[in-house]
Write a protein that binds this ligand. Structure first.
Ligand code: HEC
Ligand code: HEC
Ligand code: HEC
Length: 196
């Protein structure tokens, strides 16, 4: 049965309409890949998915984020998980998503952060990964919403520090860390972190 089918396919593809068939086949396969990739990006790119599809996130970082200025503020403009952690488009988005597979591995295979205690024990290491990412990207995700030159209400303290930030080419995360989750303990903060 199977050999009959493959024999038929061979005849079709090597026949006069072979190239056309191959083209149609290629287009259909291409569309299927694009559609399923988009679907995965859509589903995994929501606050709902990131915050509550596994209890590692729900019990720790999500609970901590709740009620912070990025969750609730007078303007009603919110920054949720993906706004800070995932580039909005392009190649960086794909790289970030591929990287996130590690989290699935940690959840299903090694169970490395599946209790609050284990999460706490790993928090500093995870924070360093986020800080490193945000320093390397020059806090691109923060800057998608913030422009420190345009912060009208900047206190004197903020103005002085922001002038220094510009002069020394610092990333937002160098000073504004632990703004959405508990402060990680166990080593130096982002400013002292040496990025290789
Ligand atoms: C989706 C848009 C968005 C993103 C992304 C975002 N923010 Fe915000 N941020 C806001 C909004 C909205 C507020 C509240 C403004 C207000 O009500 O005054 C805010 C407030 C703040 C404040 C002021 C806190 C205070 O107490 O007044 C700081 C500091 C800040 N953000 C830093 C950051 C940093 C650092 C990042 C990146 C890690 C970031 N933000 C990413 C939208 C965003
Ligand atoms: C050198 C440290 C430093 C860096 C780097 C830095 N900030 Fe700030 N920022 C401050 C300080 C200090 C304040 C004032 C906090 C306070 O008054 O409690 C502040 C305040 C703010 C506020 C609150 C509103 C205001 O202006 O008072 C926002 C929003 C903000 N920063 C955004 C950013 C963004 C976006 C970046 C990156 C482009 C950034 N900051 C980089 C130190 C820094
Ligand atoms: C305003 C930006 C912002 C938002 C919104 C945000 N995060 Fe974070 N997240 C950070 C930063 C910055 C760090 C690096 C550690 C730190 O400074 O707190 C971090 C660290 C983490 C870590 C590593 C563990 C740790 O505590 O350092 C995880 C996991 C995480 N975030 C998940 C989430 C999830 C899930 C959401 C949505 C419920 C979320 N984050 C919302 C900025 C944000």
């Amino acid at each position: 049965m199977l050999s009959k089918i493959t024999e038929k396919l061979r005849v079709w593809f090597s026949g006069p309409r072979g190239p056309l068939l191959l083209l149609v086949f290629g287009v259909v396969l291409g569309l299927a890949i694009v559609a399923s990739t988009s679907a995965v990006l859509l589903v995994t790119g929501t606050e709902q998915f990131c915050a509550t599809s596994c209890h590692e996130m729900e019990d720790n970082v999500y609970a901590e984020y709740k009620g912070t200025i990025h969750d609730v503020n007078p303007s009603g403009v919110r920054a949720t998980c993906v706004d800070c952690h995932v580039p909005s488009t392009g190649i960086p988005l794909y790289f970030r998503k591929i990287n996130a597979v590690r989290d699935l591995w940690g959840h299903f295979v090694t169970g490395s952060i599946n209790t609050p205690e284990k999460f706490e024990a790993k928090r500093y290491e995870m924070a360093v990964r986020v800080w490193t990412y945000m320093k390397k990207s020059d806090s691109r995700e923060c800057k998608a919403c913030h422009n420190m030159d345009k912060a009208e209400t900047s206190s004197e303290k903020a103005q002085v520090r922001h002038a220094r930030a510009k002069a020394e080419n610092m990333a937002c995360i160098d000073c504004h860390y632990a703004i959405a989750h508990n402060e990680p303990e166990g080593g130096p903060g982002p400013q002292e972190l040496v990025i290789k």
